[in-house]
Design a protein around this ligand. Structure first.
Ligand code: FES
Length: 277
């Protein structure tokens, strides 16, 4: 009977497998939908004799055995796996070895007694860096030479009527001179002004003006100078030096420290060594 309905074969149960067997199983599950002709190449069985034989485990081809795991070479060039002699022991020792390698910072051939090689290298690099920084700083220091900001050699010291008789110390600290007003100069034989250098003619200390004794006294070795600048006690060999003193265009006293006058050389009689007033 052409219209007789044949009972359907129950759906094959899919068993997860690997490799070619899994592929065959998947192909066999698709066979009813794709037709017997499509399933034939996958199973290699006769579809007419056994239409769904490929769905059974007995008809499946045996799965190809997995190839053994490739040995992994270690750093020494040896290959070790679990199957090799000592491989299992090596596998068991691996975590401990890794832990020891983590905690140890010393190389296998490092036999330094005090510090390990890495510590020595760190020390050497630190010293090299510090020396390089110091050399660089010393080189950079030459870019900023010492500059001595001296006061100007010429300055205006005010008007003559601002001075009384005697020694004026206003300019000692800033310009290094005393301005003395005298009614009678020992060289010029006139009243007026002269400026005295505050440098002792012995070894260059700065004397002090002692108003009670009306003299200059050097604190270093005791040299004494009269208010005229002439030395009279101590080791100073000659009088203090005078500097150029003139009247500026605006009527102020102009002192020029770039020109000095020495009495022992007869220079105190120079017109610009004394300002008559
Ligand atoms: S430096 Fe002034 S007395 Fe020696």
């Amino acid at each position: 009977m052409a219209d007789e309905i044949k009972p359907e074969t129950p759906a094959p149960k899919i068993v997860p497998q690997t490799g070619e067997a899994t592929s065959a199983a998947v192909a066999s599950t698709r066979a009813p939908a794709a037709g017997a002709a499509a399933s034939a190449p996958a199973t290699g069985a006769n579809p007419a004799a056994t239409p769904h034989a490929t769905t059974t485990a007995a008809a499946r081809p045996a799965a190809a055995p997995r190839p053994p795991a490739a040995p992994i070479p270690d750093l020494a060039g040896k290959t070790t796996n679990v199957a090799s002699p000592g491989g299992a022991a090596a596998a068991r020792a691996t975590p401990a070895t890794a832990a020891a390698a983590k905690t140890s910072t010393r190389d296998a051939d490092d036999t330094s007694p005090l510090l390990n090689r890495r510590a020595w290298m760190g020390l050497a690099w630190g010293a090299f860096t510090a020396a390089s920084a110091a050399a660089l700083a010393a080189t950079g220091r030459f870019m900023f030479p010492n500059v001595l900001n001296e006061p100007p050699q010429q300055f205006k010291a005010g008007f003559p009527n601002e001075y009384g008789m005697g020694v004026d110390e206003r300019w000692k600290e800033k310009y290094g001179i005393w301005i003395v007003r005298t009614p009678e100069d020992i060289e010029q034989h006139a009243s007026g002004f002269y400026s005295l250098s505050v440098t002792c003619t012995h070894l260059g200390c700065t004397p002090n003006y002692l108003s009670a004794e009306n003299k200059f006294k050097c604190p270093c070795h005791g040299s004494g100078f009269r208010t005229t600048g002439v030395n009279f006690e101590g080791p100073a060999p000659r009088p203090l030096e005078r500097t150029r003193i003139v009247l500026a265009e605006d009527g102020q006293i102009l002192v020029d420290k770039s020109r000095h006058y020495q009495r022992e050389l007869g220079q105190w009689i120079d017109p610009e060594a004394f300002l008559k007033a």
